[in-house]
Design a protein around this ligand. Sequence first.
Ligand SMILES: Cc1ncc(C[n+]2csc(CCOP(=O)(O)OP(=O)(O)O)c2C)c(N)n1
Ligand SMILES: [Mg+2]
Length: 284
Amino acid sequence: MRLGSRPVPMSNLSLEQRAHNIRRNSLRMGEVQGQGYIGQALGIADVLAVAYFHALEYRPEDPEWEGRDRFLLSIGHYAIALYAALMEADVLPVDELETYGMDDSRMPMSGMASYTPGMEITGGSLGQGLGIAVGMALGLKRKSNPAFVYNLMSDGELGEGSTWEAAMVAAHHRLDNLVCLVDFNNQQADGPSTRMNSAEPLVAKWEAFGWHCQRVDGNDLGAVVRAFDAARELSAPQPRVIVFDTRMCKGVPFLEKRDITHFVRVEADEWAKALAVLDEGGPQ
Ligand SMILES: Cc1ncc(C[n+]2csc(CCOP(=O)(O)OP(=O)(O)O)c2C)c(N)n1
Ligand SMILES: [Mg+2]
């Protein structure tokens, strides 16, 4: 553990409970605006719970603490998911969710670094996060700062050339302080990623680019924990990537069943129903 960092865990709530709370916060924000990328938020909640309550070192009261692990949200449209996690992590106050997406809110609908504590980058233009993460990881190494850089990106971003340019540079510089997290929800704007522009065989591809690659079920908390641990503990001098297969809308069966495209339509009366169904299912 780094000098001055906080001991984990911050409390004895289970990861299941944390993931559940992240899903609840997301749905409550969606209800405020009547919209939001809720399918993505529900799908990635387990990965965010493990990131913020198992893997990352940070200080909720000092989000810019120099020793913090950096968590980059390359996918700006997933902001609702990260706000939900930052609230659960006490970086943002929960009652602020009432302001989600409003004028003067610190939580705009797309993630912007200058607005929100804990939002490291402005990530709406897809394919930029990994390049920024590479620069940060290099910078930290030059400053002998042992922090890790995590970059959360989407399967849609695997179709961006800039992602693979960054991947090559990361391997060239042996960035063992860089962990890329890919949300493979098999969904992008026009349909399933595997049908639009398949990145398979994905593990072999990352490995060919010089990365240590794992692929796990992103909604299996135990598997997610083990993957984060393995990525962090690996001694090989190479960057690490974890591909998480996730299920959009996880935890709300009537939304899971919907013929999901990139943006899930939730009717006005369905937000409360979604929350009730989530609570009924309980932490999983
Ligand atoms: C460079 C760039 N091209 C296009 C867009 C428009 N856009 C926003 S989200 C999105 C879907 C991309 O797929 P993925 O990130 O996997 O999204 P998911 O459906 O899983 O949320 C697109 C095309 C963008 N933000 N940036
Ligand atoms: Mg996707």
